[in-house]
Design a protein around this ligand. Sequence first.
Ligand SMILES: [Zn+2]
Length: 246
Amino acid sequence: MNGNITVTGMVISSRPIGETDKRVTLLTVENGKISAFAKGAKKPTSSLLAATNPFVFGEFELYVGRSSMTIVRANIKNYFNEIQNSIESVYFGSYFLELADFFAKENNDDRDVLKLLYQTIRALCKGSIPNRLIRLIYEFKMLVINGEYPNCFECSVCGSKENLTGFSFINNGCVCSECAGSVRDHMPLDTSAVYTLQYITGSSIEKLYTFTVTDKIYEELRLVIGCYLRMSVDVTLNSEAFLKEL
Ligand SMILES: [Zn+2]
């Protein structure tokens, strides 16, 4: 395939190549994850200088060569510059990009991953709910999109939809009060935590970042979601180390 194509997406990573060029990874609607060169994009006069920074979202025209793609021009819809206002936002945002990079694949239908990432960066800029909660919601919805999540709508032992008061990692889901005694790794879970996991699983991506939780519920969710994330993400993400310092 030779010629130019236009894709819509977000810059999820950008690395300098030599003195003047950049190598950019885009997460796109049309082609999943794409790697492209941006010639001269490090030059102060280049129209691609700001357009090839991480978090930037818009339309990118690419020249498709035999073995690589090159960004020809960009029509940017959102630079998400607000992220640069605090180092904490930069750390969280960088982690969100890196996690999306981990889950997205080349030539894959990753539209939901892109949609989730976009709404998550928006929530981070907006700042109406705590960053650490945005992180948990993002992580869990990413697992849901990838099909690697527990069943929180019914008891994982008897199938009852009532009185879900616990969780079992071995059974991969919630546990009702009747079955609590029969599960070896039973962990009590507040009904608000159960409801939150159900909400994240079932909610549209646009409505994810609309609630807050108490510290107690946050800690319960962190335990469950953190464990599932570690099972799915078998590498150490560079940006995670920075988050630990916050
Ligand atoms: Zn049960």
